[in-house]
Design a protein around this ligand. Structure first.
Ligand code: AMP
Length: 456
């Protein structure tokens, strides 16, 4: 099916063509007709699926057919949890609407409010906003909602995670009851369902991404390392593997700052985005990274949520996230729109519980690797996900082969070879497998290569 089948206007079709899109993504196929028909929608879709275009394109079409926007009014409001996401959505809006005579605008905190107030004087057909700044503008009568036709809540799950539910409630109280409402969320939790019930009217539902999954095009693996050696290991990886563009996640702002200092001292071009930096610095850092002026961008989860960096090849978890779901969001920065990517986690022994939670969530045992010169003193214990199948010998064999097979396509490991001629019973094999430390050791000692791409 092509974009032509949606009946989008010529200016939109031209913009789609200029964006280089040849066919709609699955979310676009499902969402565009629903939104064009003016219905409410609750959609589970991760970033990277083309979800922004799935609501922006049909909404622009509807805008173009409607009345003119009046002073200080807004016809379509898109709420996003972070400033970066607001800017990104607005960039998408700009490129899709460039052949249409529509006024679009973006407002967010951390910058002066006056220029935003001036811009809103003439009204906005489509306004992208973060909740706090929108409420500030509304309290100063710079924005009114009596002409509002559609509300979009983008990344609603993160909006709640970031504690915006009170702000969202206040905004809802300002909006006309009769409107179209669209809710997009990476996952539809009970909390999101509850929010949807209060905001949406008889919504249609779409679930595009299988729950709790990472893109199949992203190769993921873990490198075991002692905590204190992580900066040196990262530096080595960047240099030895010639990584040109890497988004690195740390757990805290302090850790992000410390890592930036370390990499700078090692002459690696690096910047960071986190909540303690001014919006101007965050925007600049992101722009430099996107345009390859900076090689490494170190980020905390909140600042990096929803970022779309064209063809980003590598994401590194310098620290594992505290919340397992954030692993999926982090890894989701690469492998977008079906492109290949790599997600590497540097894991120290104290993070084993976090690793186990991630592996349980993604239903996958991450392949482990050790870098020469960085063999950890404090071993990372095998996770339950790795050892639990031992209780069911038959399944154990399947699982082990499966994991190995996935990790190293076309590259037989010594273990896989030996298991073929293995004369042991399933019970004996499973008993052996319950000695994880020995297994892990032998994996290292044989120098067996566990990298997903089969290289060293
Ligand atoms: P999103 O999920 O909205 O963050 O989009 C992720 C990426 O997919 C963005 O870089 C879009 O430009 C790109 N994209 C959106 N729609 C399509 C499409 N139909 N074909 C190819 N790429 C697309």
């Amino acid at each position: 099916m092509s974009f032509a089948s949606f009946g989008l206007s010529e200016p939109l079709r031209l913009a789609i063509k200029e964006s280089g899109y040849s066919k709609p993504t699955p979310i676009q196929l499902k969402a565009i007709p629903i939104i064009l028909a003016g219905k409410d929608l609750m959609a589970a879709a991760q970033t990277g699926t083309g979800k922004t275009a799935s609501f922006v394109l049909p909404l622009l079409q509807r805008l173009n057919n409607g009345p003119k926007v009046k002073a200080n009014q807004v016809r379509i409001l898109v709420l996003t949890p972070t400033r970066e996401l607001a800017v990104q959505v607005a960039q998408n809006v700009d490129s899709y609407s460039k052949h249409l005579p529509l006024k679009t605008c973006v407002v967010y905190g951390g910058v002066k409010i006056n220029p935003q107030m001036m811009k809103l004087r003439g009204g906005a057909d489509l306004l992208v906003a973060t909740p706090g700044r929108l409420l500030d503008l509304a309290s100063q009568n710079a924005i009114k909602f009596s002409q509002l036709e559609t509300l979009v809540l983008d990344e609603a799950d993160r909006m709640l995670d970031m504690g915006f539910s009170a702000e969202v409630g206040k905004i809802m109280a300002l909006l006309p009851k009769l409107r179209q409402t669209l809710l997009f969320s990476a996952t539809i939790s009970d909390e999101i369902r509850k929010l949807g019930k209060t905001l949406l009217n008889n919504p249609l539902q779409i679930d595009i991404s299988p729950r709790n999954s990472t893109a199949r095009t992203v190769k993921q693996w873990v490198i075991e390392v002692d905590k204190g050696k992580k900066p040196a290991l990262l530096s080595r990886l960047i240099r030895n593997k010639n990584w040109a563009q890497v988004l690195v996640f740390t757990k805290t702002k302090k850790a992000a700052d410390a890592l930036v200092l370390y990499l700078k001292s090692d002459n690696i071009s690096v910047d960071s985005i986190h909540g303690d930096k001014s919006q101007a610095l965050r925007t600049q850092a992101l722009e430099n990274f996107k345009t390859n002026k900076t090689r490494i961008l170190v980020a905390t989860d909140i600042a990096a949520r929803g970022l779309d960096i064209n063809e980003l090849p590598h994401v590194v978890n310098f620290d594992l996230p505290k919340v397992a779901e954030d692993y999926i969001h982090r890894i989701g920065r690469t492998g977008r729109a079906g492109l290949p990517g790599e997600g590497i986690s540097l894991v120290s022994a104290d993070e084993v519980k976090l690793l186990a939670a991630i592996e349980t969530l993604i239903k996958q045992t991450l392949v482990r690797e050790v870098e020469t010169g960085f063999v950890s003193q404090h071993k990372v214990p095998l996770t339950l996900q790795t050892v639990s199948p031992a209780k069911k010998p038959k399944k154990l064999k399947l699982k082990q082969n499966n994991t190995e097979g996935k990790a190293r396509p076309g590259n037989k490991s010594p273990d896989t070879n030996s298991s073929k001629g293995d004369k042991r019973t399933g019970r004996e094999r499973s008993a052996a497998a319950t000695k994880p430390r020995t297994a892990a050791k032998s994996r290292r000692n044989t120098g067996r290569n566990n990298r997903p791409d089969g290289t060293r």
